[in-house]
Design a protein around this ligand. Structure first.
Ligand code: IFM
Length: 447
């Protein structure tokens, strides 16, 4: 009964039976399981060991906002209590009130994702007035917590105006970019802009003054546009003595996936560059098993880049097919209106695509990564279940391929599908109403 209730909130009927079975069961199921236990070391320990990651916990909430918004709400309140009034947050926390500050530059901004997705889904604006303590005891509303993140974003800028890298961004293994004092994250600049965009829409919808947030968002757009274009794609970072990482000039790590997909997600203005960046992903990163996180993989240790260069090539963040950022690539293709490409990537990444003897893990579960063509055993997967991928794959398919996604003002229907889909049907409960949707595509368009 528990699972029937959960699954009854969404359903899809597309011309592709595999999409249907993953979306109606396996991926939705995995996303919920990851929400429930993915961040704990066993059923008994809750956040012991490394603790709960702030960024992972924030992203997990999007797995349950549709069927169990009350669970997402509890996590949002928990996250709010792991924040300081200057916007800094614990990178890992152990239950309530204990945690570590590690200077990962992305963490605080994930709070905007969790809150904005919750409000889009539920329309519960009163969450913004809900009071939670900051670390240290001072109290503030959820809106105060969100605005503290804007202050953090503005203050955490290096000499190119991009986020100071600290001990990593979403990519934990870029932990010594710039050596001890930091470097700058180009992906961070894009990610900050994307999250601030969410906050701007929220404030504007409420009729509140968004001018300051727009100003800060523009700082990141400008810095990326001014300093980060490499001719055919966006670089990944500035390191020691301004060395560019993720550039044609490098022998390894010439191109990274995240700075191409997030250029689109961040809403950068130059459409030609965005198309070129995404086409470069297809050209330099795509493989039979999906797009690699970066290429070529590092084969020499570089203490001024970090752990990524100590991973076996073709594994983990060092050039594997890392499923979580691969999902963002699908979102970005949809945002460009390229339904054929988005669907092709989505299908290729389904956990039953590689033959089981090679893949090794369960053929219905997204893993953290699949070894790439640079590894001696390509197509092998690892860390099954231990990933935030399922939530993103589920939401990106529903929200961007089928295009049925919540917005502050209602449910938007904006599909970006393969041209050979003549039609599809979907159902979804939104703010208490079940919507029965049928999309017809008689002219075989992509969006
Ligand atoms: O983003 C991280 C995540 O928080 C933990 N696992 C690895 C990812 C990429 O480094």
């Amino acid at each position: 009964a528990h699972w029937d209730r959960f699954f009854s909130h969404t359903s899809v009927e597309t011309p592709d039976p595999e999409v249907n079975i993953f979306m109606n069961y396996w991926t939705a199921y995995q996303a919920k399981v990851a929400f429930d236990v993915g961040r704990v070391t066993s059923f008994y320990y809750w956040g012991i060991g490394r603790g709960f990651g702030f960024r992972d916990t924030a992203q997990d909430t999007i797995a349950v906002t549709i069927a169990h918004p009350e669970l997402a709400l509890e996590r949002i309140k928990l996250l709010a209590r792991q924040m300081q009034s200057d916007g800094k947050v614990y990178h890992h926390f152990h239950g309530d009130g204990q945690g570590e500050f590690t200077k990962h530059c992305d963490d605080p901004l994930w709070f905007i994702l969790a809150v904005s997705e919750y409000i889009k889904e539920t329309g519960e604006w009163e969450l913004l007035d809900h009071i939670e303590p900051f670390i240290g005891g001072e109290k503030g509303s959820i809106l105060d917590h969100l605005l503290s993140v804007v202050t953090y974003a503005e203050n955490n800028r290096g000499k190119h105006g991009l986020p100071v890298f600290g001990r990593g961004d979403w990519n934990d293994t870029l932990d010594y970019i710039g050596g001890d004092d930091g470097g700058e994250s180009v992906w961070g600049g894009m990610f900050y802009a994307a999250m601030l965009n969410n906050l701007i829409s929220l404030l504007e919808y409420l009729g509140k003054d968004a001018a300051n947030v727009i100003r800060v968002r523009n700082l990141f757009h400008q810095s990326v546009e001014q300093h980060c274009w490499d001719g055919e794609w966006y670089i990944r970072a500035f390191g020691v003595k301004d060395k560019q990482i993720g550039s044609k000039q490098n022998e390894a790590g010439k191109i990274f996936l995240n700075t191409q997909s997030w250029a689109v997600i961040a809403g950068l203005p130059d459409k030609d560059k965005l198309i070129s960046a995404m086409d470069s992903v297809n050209k330099h990163l795509d493989t039979d098993f999906g797009p690699k996180i970066c290429a070529p993989a590092y084969r020499e240790i570089d203490p001024n880049i970090g752990l990524i260069t100590r991973c076996v090539w073709g594994k983990k963040e060092n050039g594997a097919i890392f499923n979580h950022p691969a999902a963002w690539l699908i979102q970005a293709e949809c945002m460009l209106g390229r339904g054929n490409k988005a669907y092709e990537y989505y299908r290729k990444l389904l956990p039953n695509r590689v033959d089981s003897d090679t893949f090794v893990a369960e053929p219905y579960v997204y893993s953290q990564y699949i070894t790439s063509d640079e590894h001696s055993q390509p197509g092998r997967t690892s860390h099954s279940w231990q990933t935030g991928t399922a939530a993103w794959m589920f939401r990106i398919n529903f929200d961007y391929i089928l295009g049925i996604r919540p917005h502050y003002s209602g449910l938007l229907i904006d599909p970006v599908i393969p041209t050979h889909w003549k039609s599809f049907k979907a159902q979804r409960i939104f703010r208490g109403t079940r919507y029965d949707i049928e999309v017809l595509n008689p002219e075989a368009v992509e969006s």
